[in-house]
Design a protein around this ligand. Structure first.
Ligand code: ZN
Length: 277
């Protein structure tokens, strides 16, 4: 069959229109699907490395949720705080904490930190996840609170910890507590200016005066436990080492988590009730 010239023209036109129609349809479909995938990605911004930031934001929200309005952690949390080290007993305290899978906070004295024989255990404490804050150089009440050496001594002790461990702590504990030592606003202003934070405690175990009486230390701590968040004052003493497994057992049975101080999660806890510290 022979097609007329007119017929050939009509077929050519039809094929051409079909082609244009298909191309247009494809282009429309392509732009719609691209638009959809862009809107799905909205809110999931990419950072400079191309990693999605959304999980990070979620993490942050969960982290914030764990804190109460006063900055204290949610739930039952006990902070064990060991003063006056490092000492000949530091290694044994670390052994018990490791065995019990418990983290703690240490407040160490500068003159003890200068003892080269103790420094391996100071490093070990950091390696095993504990926090080390300062507890002055001399522990001398007159020097610290009468002669104005509180801030200089704390700075020096914190610097020693920094040099030995490579951490950058800002928390200290006042020898004998912040009351009455830090009652003057002036000394507290100096502490704030130096960027130093001060922690007292919620439970005084009185362990230092209970030589050979670990049971009484445990009793004092049990009697003192009334809140969801407790900060226990103990020292690197032989009787405290003896009492430690029982103290840990008590809090585990009561459903407490063992908190370790972190600068980013600081909440104020000082007898002067100064929210800046
Ligand atoms: Zn002390």
């Amino acid at each position: 069959m022979k097609l007329s010239r007119n017929n050939k023209k009509r077929i050519f036109k039809t094929v051409l229109s079909l082609g244009i129609l298909l191309t247009t349809a494809f282009l429309v479909y392509f732009s719609i699907s691209k638009f959809n995938s862009t809107s799905a990605k909205e809110g999931v911004k990419e950072n400079s490395e191309g990693a999605l930031e959304q999980p990070k934001e979620k993490e942050k929200i969960e982290h914030e949720k764990k804190k109460k309005p006063d900055g204290k952690p949610e739930g039952k949390v006990v902070y064990l705080t060991f003063d006056d080290g490092p000492s000949t007993l530091t290694g044994q305290f670390l052994d018990v904490l490791k065995e019990q899978k418990v983290k703690a906070t240490f407040f160490m004295i500068g003159k003890n930190l200068q003892n080269a024989g103790f420094q391996e255990n100071v490093k070990r404490a950091i390696k095993e996840g504990h926090y080390i804050g300062g507890h002055s150089m001399t522990h001398d009440s007159k020097r610290l609170y009468t002669d104005g050496q509180f801030v200089p001594e704390m700075k020096e002790a914190l610097e020693l910890i920094r040099n030995i461990t490579g951490t950058n702590p800002t928390l200290v504990r006042s020898p004998y507590g912040s009351a009455p030592g830090l009652k003057d606003q002036q000394i507290r202003d100096q502490i704030v200016e130096a960027g130093i934070k001060v922690w007292d405690w919620t439970i005084d175990s009185r362990d230092w005066e209970l030589k050979d009486n670990p049971n009484q230390i445990v009793e004092n701590i049990k009697k003192g436990t009334t809140d969801d968040v407790e900060v226990i004052l103990v020292h690197e003493k032989p009787q405290t080492l003896q009492a430690l497994p029982e103290i840990i057992k008590y809090y585990k049975e009561k459903g407490y988590e063992f908190g370790v101080y972190q600068d980013v999660d600081h909440f104020h806890l000082n007898f002067q009730k100064d929210a800046r510290l």
